[in-house]
Design a protein around this ligand. Structure first.
Ligand code: FES
Ligand code: FES
Length: 157
């Protein structure tokens, strides 16, 4: 039987205390134990970005992170972007630019876009594209996604 680890961390502004199997991923904990189903499981091996969250302000693939590694840290999922004031500006931009192509990829794309907006500021088109290269769309393309992110961060060329 897998040993359990007691952890506590901040999830979307709320303190959480959970007991998790040592080999459980952060993604499984978020989805199956804490109901944060906006974070998606797709490839499960760090290739697609559908599971993107922010930990201590840094975007990462939650399928590659152990739940136990969340201990003492601050975790933000797509559910945490909306505040009492309404949608985050990045969420609004995705809606307004028609970039909500499917519910499976968009939470991860928005989380990565939010990370870029929080940390990079204005970018070139190439930097913007590179910043989102870890987030895969399997259906439509990236034009409207780039337009949405550009509307928030601004592009220099
Ligand atoms: S599900 Fe984590 S990167 Fe694809
Ligand atoms: S946006 Fe999800 S497959 Fe294209």
């Amino acid at each position: 039987m897998t040993a359990k680890v007691d952890i506590s961390f901040t999830l979307n502004g709320h303190l959480k205390k959970v007991s998790v199997p040592a080999d459980m991923s952060a993604l499984t904990m978020l989805r199956d134990m804490l109901g944060m189903t906006g974070t998606k499981l797709a490839c499960g091996e760090g290739e697609c970005g559908a599971c993107t969250i922010m930990v201590d302000g840094v975007s990462l693939n939650s399928c590659l992170m152990y739940a136990a590694e969340c201990d003492g840290r601050t975790v933000l999922t797509i559910e945490g972007l909306r505040t009492a004031a309404g949608l985050d500006p990045m969420q609004k931009a995705f809606v307004e630019k028609g970039a909500i192509q499917c519910g499976y990829c968009m939470p991860g794309m928005i989380m990565q876009a939010k990370y870029l907006a929080d940390t990079k500021g204005k970018m070139t088109h190439e930097e913007l594209q590179r910043g989102l290269e870890g987030n895969v769309c399997r259906c439509t393309g990236y034009k409207k996604v780039f337009d949405a992110v550009a509307a928030v961060v601004g592009v220099t060329e």
